[in-house]
Design a protein around this ligand. Structure first.
Ligand code: ADP
Ligand code: MG
Length: 227
């Protein structure tokens, strides 16, 4: 089990009260499988990813990433774990305007101090894997929205994470480009054996996912018949 979220509750301050964003949520994601999370806006989907990413500490419950119980780690150990084992893709690519596609990837892994020739080779291999072999030297303004999101995904894989967390990657894309991104995520999950969690509004491709769960008012339910 590469990602395990066990009985997690997360509340946010809400005036004098607390708002329950996650209510006793559990999720297990084996390596090489993709779980889709659907559900209405405000139901807690992004909060679940934030907890799984160890960016937010839950009020209670357990998050285990690549066999490490994150509740037992110091802040420094947690950020090292995040850097080495967790790839995160948000809705907006947040690419640096001045860097080429390959450089966006190379700066990521620099933190780990690998030789730059090796980083370049890995960046090119990943850009090839996301269908951008010929765009390595293009800057963000020379890429389409779908291509930028592919760079974003490739970047998240640069450190060979065990866990890949993806939040609504297709919401800024048209239907066909969105479908191609979901296809790509399924392929990459298999090839790179990541435990992938994908929050999506796009219900068209759920049959390609290994599992779909629904978030409603901070609670997870399943199964949902793909429609
Ligand atoms: P979703 O991704 O499904 O739209 P979120 O996880 O973003 O849902 O939000 C779940 C609930 O938690 C919502 O009511 C939202 O307003 C609230 N919320 C999310 N982030 C914060 C925050 N940083 N502080 C306070 N409330 C938050
Ligand atoms: Mg969200």
């Amino acid at each position: 089990m590469t990602l395990l979220v066990h009985d997690v509750t997360l509340t946010y301050p809400d005036g004098d009260d607390r708002l329950t964003a996650l209510d006793a949520v559990g999720l297990e994601v084996p390596a090489g499988t993709l779980t889709a999370v659907i559900g209405p806006s405000g139901s807690g989907k992004s909060s679940l990813l934030a907890v799984a990413a160890t960016l937010v500490t839950p009020d209670c419950g357990q998050v285990v990433v690549a066999g490490r119980d994150t509740g037992r780690l110091s802040a420094a150990e947690k950020s090292a774990l995040r850097r080495e084992e967790i790839g995160i893709v948000f809705q907006q690519p947040n690419l640096l305007a001045s860097l080429t596609a390959a450089e966006q990837l190379q700066v990521m892994a620099h933190l780990r101090g690998r030789p730059s020739r090796q980083l370049r080779r890995r960046a090119l291999e990943l850009l090839d894997a996301v269908g951008l072999a010929d765009k390595a030297d293009k800057r963000p303004h020379q890429l389409s929205g779908g291509q930028r999101q592919r760079v974003n995904i490739a970047r998240a894989l640069m450190n060979e994470p065990a866990v890949l967390l993806v939040d609504e990657p297709t919401s800024a894309l048209d239907h066909d480009r969105g479908a191609a991104i979901l296809d790509l995520l399924v392929t990459l999950t298999r090839e790179r054996a990541t435990a992938t969690v994908l929050v999506t509004h796009d219900h068209a491709h759920l049959e390609r996912m290994d599992r779909t769960v629904t978030m409603a008012d901070g609670r997870l339910t399943e199964p949902v018949a793909a429609s």
